[in-house]
Each structure stands twice: as C-alpha cells, then as structure tokens.
Write a protein of this length. Structure first.
Length: 828
C-alpha cells in the first residue's frame, strides 16, 4: 500500500485482494459477511514492483516493447524510476517502447495503482451530477448514493450487481511481457473472410507489421504443416506500422459449424515474415471458416431476428454468461473448460457475453471456437448511463479497437452488441417508459445524457465495427426492437428480455404469452445446493432470512420472492436442505417451460438464452451452475430442454397442447405414445399417433382437454407420459402433471438402489414401484457431477446413474436420495 513500508510477495496476473489473501492479511472475501470488512482495500493506492535482469546482448535489439496486456485500472508506471506511462482502462492492451529506459543488469518496474474509488469520486464531482447505475452497490462500499462505476473503464460488476458482491479490485490482471525487435514484427493479422461457399473461400489476410528497419521483406502463409505456401508476397516495408492485405483462396473449404449442427473444423494458418530468407517472425492461428449473418427482414408479423451460419438458419440455444469470479486471476483454464463443456453437454450453441463483465480472456474464445459455441458479444456497458467527454469517448474507442482486433479471428463471435439494457432503461422520447431515470434530470441534462448515449452506441461503436470487422453485425443495445425502436414485451421485432416472471412477480405461465423474435434474457433465481452452501456459511446461517444468506442475495426482493412463488406451487419445507432443493426444482421447471415455449414458436422466435449460466461468487442467483461449478437442477433440465428433440406442453384455459421440437436436419416418421397413468404405473388410457417429425420445426401433435381429464380422473393422482418412438428406439420422452406440484398425491416411494464401482465411476441403479418425482442424489463431500439428477423416476422403470468418484471410497450410506414425494408427505 502507498505510505506503507512493507512489501509483500504478489502474483501476476493477480489482484490486490488475492495477494492480501495469499499473505494472510485478510480473511476469505466470499466467506459469510466478510465482504463488508474488506471495503477499505479499494480506497487505497497500491504499488506492485519487480526487478528483472537483462544482459547486454538483449539490449542490443533495435527496439524493446513492454507489452501490458491488462492493468486494472488507474496506474502510473515507472521503469528505473522514470515515469513511462499512465493508464486508465482495464480493457486496453498498452504497448510502450521502453528501449531507452532499460539497462544491463537489474531493472526495476514499479506500477502504482491509484484507487478507482478516489478517481471515480473525483470524476463524479467534476461532472456535478450523478448518472444512473442501478446495480452499483455504492452503499456497501461506504459511498452512500454516489455511483462511481460509470466513470471508470473497469468491469462494471466489480462495483456490485444483483448477483454479485462489491470488490473493486486493483492489479495486473493479464500478463506483462517484453518484446524484442530487430527488423520488423507481425503485430496483427486479420483473416477476413470475404467470400465463402462450398466451392471456395476467399480470405483477405490483413497484416499490420511494425518495421524498425525499412526494406524488402517476404510474407508467406502456410496451411498446417504443408511445405508449399498458400500465399507468398514480397513487400517493401516503411518505417513504422505497415498495413498489407494478402488475398488467398481455399478450394472446397471445410466449414466451421455451431455445436449440434456440424463439426468445428479449423484451419491452422501459419504466417511467416522473413528478410533475406531468414524467418524473423511467425504467427500461427486456428481459423474456423464460416459465414455469419444477422437476418432482420420484415415479414408478415414484424421483423425477423436470427443468425444464419453458412447459409443455414440457426435457432440459438443457450444462456447469458458472466465472469466466473470477482477476482479474475482465479479463473483457471480448467474452470473455463468446465463451464464451456457444460454448455456443450447441455446442447447449447450460443452464449451471450453480457456487458457488465469483461471482454473474456483468449482461452474462453478459443474454447468456444473449439466446441462450436456462438457468441453474442456485448461491449462492456450495462444498466447505466455513461459520460460523454472527449477523454472518455477516446478511451472507449481505443478499448473497442483493442478488443475487436484481439477477437475478430474467432469464428464463434456472431454479433457485436453495444450494451446491456440501456436503451430500454432510459427509453428516450417517452417520459412514461423506462426505469424512471429521466425524471431525475433537468431537460438540459437529459439532452446531454442521451446525446452521449447516441454518440457512443449509435455512431462511435458502429463506425469502429465498420472499419475493423464489417463482416459481423452490430446491434446497439440488448434488448431493442429496431435500431431506433425501444423493446417492449409486445415487440414483434428485435430481441427481448422478458422479466415479467421474477421481477414482475408474474406466473410461470406468462412465459407462454411473452415470446419475442429472439429471447436474449429471462430467468428465475435459486440458491446453491447444501454442499455449496456449507462452503461459505456456518450452520446457524442456514435460514433464508439469516444475515449471511441475505448478504449473498443481491436481488432487491431477497429470498422472499423465491418463497412467494414456492408457496403458490410447491410445499415449503422447514428443513433447509429440502428448501434449497425445492427452490432449485422450481427454478428448473420454470426455465424449462420457457425454453420449450420459445422453441415451439420457431421460426417466429429464433433464439433463447436464459439468464444466467454461471456465478462469480457463491450466493442466490439466476444461475444454472453455481460458483463451485456444481450443476443446479436447472442445468440438468436445460440439457433436456435443449436436446435436439424435446417435448413441450402448453396448458391454456381448456387444453394442454403438445408440441414436439426438432432440430434434426431431416424429417422422421415417428410414433407418439400418449399414456395416462396413475402414480403406481397403472395404464388408464392410451393413444398412439403416427406422425412426421418435421426437421427444424415444432409440430403440434395433440391437444388434450384438461376439463375432460378432470371429469374422468382425479387430476392430482395421474400423469401423462409421452414417448416418441422411431421404430424401436426412444427419441424422447417426458411427463406432464395435470395439477400443480403441491397438490399431487404422491406417496413416499420405496426406491431400491444397487451400487457398484466401474473404473473411475460409481454406478447407481434405481427402481421404484411408485412414480418418484425429482429424484435428487448427493454424496457428502463429493461434488462431482451425476450423469443425471433431479429426474422423475417412472414406476417400474430402471434408471442407471453414474458419478465420477472423488478419489474417495463411497459407501452405500454416503449416497443420499431426496424426492418431492417425501416432502409432500411430510407436509401433510
Ligand atoms: C438482466 C441482466 C442483469 C441482471 C439480470 C437480473 O437485466 O442484464 O443486469 O443481473 O437481469 O436482474
């Protein structure tokens, strides 16, 4: 800390919070209420320093650059006691020529981090009035109503969000490197795909080369290990940055496809720069060849909004993605793998990198390319209004250019989007719409604030996209109906965030009648499971209203919103573990029904991304995986709801309509077996329908009159089972209840289990005489992932579940089972 004499060891990449933790100076930030007592950290300035040795040979290079890939955020950088650079943007990559400052022997690099709070307050005062920033948890930071997040180009969620804590970090969050140059260096290559079809791909390789020595150079581009170059050019480079375009083509290109549609082929392009037959620089990149378009065309209902990849219209299935930790240096490659493999395993093909987080690390995009996960990429602006002074706008411009250049070669990026929810929150032009922000300002201030918005999101950012990446579409804000039309729940154009359920306290059934052209957000909260809760709490915290659990719940209505919904639909258990479990299945059922409704409305609706895939700390949130990477019930449900073939039920006033969603690429003749059974499996009625499953469409296969069912049977004692059969093989199956869960007359099931170890897995065989609803399995102290969980076990069916062993012996008694049946029976 500045003013302190003590130096502590630190990590790079890292941040001051994790360094203090490593040095035992602070307690675990996420544990219980510790967040509050750690708010002093961001009010201080911190200095990081190191020495590095260079020998005289290294100093002989013509130019030496210091490459600072990520500094969070306000810094003064000293090299051998000389101020060489000041920075003010976490998202920028700064490069500084340091040749003249370096010496043979020890060199001292010192980076002084100025408190983002001090700087933010200074900027707020200079502006003279505050700007809306609804998720900035200023009170927790001891700043009362003073929202400073908007003044600093730093991850917005560091200042708090409605699912995350306030830890305003400082530190070197990405690596720092020295680059030695003699003649010239390839600074950047953009493989711009100007034409792509089955016959041919035409690629413009656009090079930026930094030449220190002007002269004749040669550029070769190779494919993989092939000896013959696919393009060769001789160039005369001038001193400084040279831009050179080298077009080349590939015959019968193998294309890159999103997950579930095709393979993710990538070409390995190796570019070489040489002078007099000596190779002086090589850059290798894996490039997926695909065309991608955002199709917004007027139609009879409004205007379409969907992605077309390689000429094929893609229904987007996925979720919104936030950073995986408040302390970004803790997100390991394994964690990125885990989260993206979870997305793939859950049949997703798109994630939205939401605008309140970060432009992710390269590894994230690399994995999305590898696994076929398309990305809706926001710029980092969310739920706030931003300043518009020249310095701010120039800073954002450079940030956008840095990140577009870093990311534009990734095949996975489908769209650049200006911000999250600002258009809809401000709602220019109508005093009665929006989030009541405008009312706090004078007409003059309103004009300035909107002008700033307009300049940044409707001029600067689209212009930059046009210059640096015009092969992709730009969309100013999510959600938006059209370029100049605000989104509403009734919009028949653009993308939609539907928050009537949860924020609006509306019933889950409203998911069926609020369907837009592309559902880019909707969600429902739950808490993590008991094993995760135990990691950051003590037993006396295990209560929805405890101080600690409320501190880990950042949405305004607290946990009471979960309880309100639960009381209407489910039994509300006294036992805390059971309460968590019911909360999770309620969330899972809600989002499953929304996903299936969106899919059934294809092609009117062409995408569904629920809020939210992951967490940045342990707590209540809308996530389907918790901070510890444990799958909540929702993740298991999403996997089934996103399966290529999935059954959807839509109850309306009189009927339940049954749809089959198919993303298969051919039609299939199938048999649909509809069976009404009681909970012990007795068949009460049956119908078999021969039909055709239409590829890439949803078809209605049946309509069941619920009134008739209630006349004939006791609706709380029966269920409908649907099996889709193609010949002998079961394509999909699901069940439907004619009553809400809390009314179901499910008896305590006798589940018989058989367990055995097979290699690295525990195999569990389950059977039940009675229908067992939402069978939840867990093993104490073993957090690995079951092959399925929270599933319905049908009477007489055998279900086999596997669990990777956690390096421990698991005995029969260690495996616990909970069902909704038991809870219903306790509450009687
Ligand atoms: C959406 C998001 C987030 C927020 C979430 C839940 O509006 O864009 O800002 O966390 O809702 O409220």
């Amino acid at each position: 800390m500045r003013g302190d004499k003590e130096w502590l060891p630190a990590e790079v990449p890292g941040c001051v919070h994790t360094d203090l933790l490593q040095n035992d100076r602070i307690p675990q930030p996420f544990y219980r209420n510790n967040e509050k007592q750690l708010q002093w950290i961001d009010k201080n300035d911190w200095i990081y320093r190191c020495t590095f040795r260079l020998d005289s040979l290294q100093l002989e290079h013509n130019k030496i650059l210091l490459d600072l890939k990520g500094l969070d955020t306000y810094t003064k950088i000293f090299l051998n006691d000389q101020l060489i650079l000041e920075t003010d943007n976490m998202f920028r990559n700064y490069k500084k020529n340091v040749t003249q400052y370096l010496v043979a022997g020890d060199n001292l690099l010192e980076i002084e981090f100025i408190s983002p709070v001090t700087e933010g307050l200074r900027k707020l005062e200079a502006l003279g009035y505050g700007l809306p920033a609804v998720n900035d948890l200023s009170e927790i930071g001891g700043l009362d109503e003073r929202k400073i997040s908007v003044f600093t180009r730093k991850a917005p969620y560091h200042f708090g969000w409605d699912w995350g804590p306030r830890f305003v970090t400082s530190g070197i969050w990405r690596p720092i490197e020295l680059i030695f140059l003699d003649n010239a260096r390839i600074d950047d290559i953009f493989y711009r795909q100007s034409l792509l079809n089955n016959e041919e791909a035409i690629i413009d390789a656009i090079f930026e080369i930094d030449a220190i020595v002007a002269g004749k150079y040669k550029i070769d581009i190779y494919q993989g290990e092939e000896e013959n170059a696919i393009a060769t050019t001789s160039v005369d480079l001038e001193n400084g940055i040279n831009s050179i375009t080298i077009p080349f083509s590939i015959a019968q290109p193998e294309l890159w496809w999103p997950n579930g549609i095709g393979r993710q082929h990538r070409y390995n392009f190796r570019a070489q720069l040489s002078i007099e037959n000596v190779i002086i620089d090589t850059v290798t990149q894996l490039i997926g060849l695909r065309s991608i378009e955002l199709i917004r065309e007027p139609d009879s209902l409004g205007k379409s909004f969907y992605f077309r990849v390689n000429g094929k219209n893609v229904f987007a299935k996925g979720a919104n993605y936030i950073p995986n930790d408040n302390f970004l240096n803790r997100v390991s490659t394994e964690k990125y793998e885990n989260i993206l493999q979870s997305a793939v395993e859950s049949n997703m093909n798109m994630l939205r990198v939401w605008g309140g987080g970060i432009y992710e690390n390269d590894i994230f995009y690399e994995l999305c390319d590898r696994y076929g996960i398309l990305l809706w990429q926001d710029f980092m602006f969310a739920c706030s209004m931003y300043p518009g002074d020249d310095a701010f706008l120039e800073n954002v411009k450079l940030e956008a250019i840095d990140n577009i250049k870093r990311l534009r070669n990734f095949a996975s990026i489908a769209l650049w989007c200006g911000n999250n929810e600002i258009d809809v929150a401000w709602c220019e032009g109508d005093m009665n719409c929006g989030w009541s922000w405008k009312q706090h300002y004078t007409p003059k201030q309103r004009e300035i604030i909107w002008h700033n918005y307009d300049t940044l999101f409707k001029k600067i950012l689209p212009d930059i996209i046009e210059t640096y990446d015009h092969t992709r579409a730009y969309w100013p804000s999510s959600p938006q109906a059209d370029w100049d039309v605000h989104a509403r729940y009734k919009s028949t154009m653009g993308d939609m965030h539907y928050w009537g359920v949860w924020h609006g306290n509306e019933p889950f059934s409203n998911y069926y009648n609020h369907i837009g052209r592309f559902m880019s957000e909707y969600g429902f909260q739950s808490l993590p499971d008991m094993q995760s809760i135990k990691k950051f709490t003590l037993p006396h915290d295990w209560d929805f209203e405890s101080k600690v659990l409320l501190a880990h719940q950042r949405s305004g209505y607290g946990n009471s919103r979960i309880l309100d919904y639960m009381k209407k639909l489910y039994p509300v258990p006294d036992d805390f573990n059971q309460l968590l479990y019911v909360g999770q299945i309620m969330q899972a059922e809600a989002i499953k029904s929304a996903i299936l409704a969106h899919r059934a409305n294809k092609p009117y609706c062409m995408g569904t991304l629920y809020w939210q895939l992951n967490d940045c700390w342990p707590g209540a949130s809308w996530s389907s995986m918790d901070y510890y990477m444990s799958w909540k019930a929702l993740q298991y449900f999403a996997k089934k709801a996103y399966a290529p073939v999935a059954i959807a039920f839509f109850p309306d006033e009189n009927n339940v309509r049954i749809y089959i969603n198919s993303d298969l690429n051919s039609n299939k003749k199938i048999q649909v077996r509809l069976a009404i059974k009681d909970f012990s499996g007795t068949l009460l009625s049956e119908e078999i329908i021969d039909t055709t499953l239409e590829h890439e469409r949803a078809v209605e296969v049946s309509r069941i009159n619920e009134k008739k069912i209630s006349d004939e049977f006791k609706k709380s004692e029966i269920f409908l089972q649907i099996d889709l059969l193609e010949g002998e093989s079961l394509l999909a199956s699901d069940i439907y209840f004619f009553d809400i869960p809390k009314n179901l007359h499910l008896t305590e099931p006798l589940i018989s289990t058989k367990m055995r170890t097979e290699g690295e897995n525990l195999v569990i065989e389950l059977m039940s005489e009675e229908l067992a609803k939402n069978v939840y399995l867990w093993v104490d102290n073993c957090h690995s992932r079951f092959s399925d969980n929270y599933f319905d076990l049908l009477p007489g069916d055998k279900k086999i579940i596997t669990l990777p062993l956690c390096g421990q012996e698991i005995k029969e008694n260690d495996v616990h089972i909970l069902t909704l049946n038991s809870i219903l029976n306790q509450s009687k």
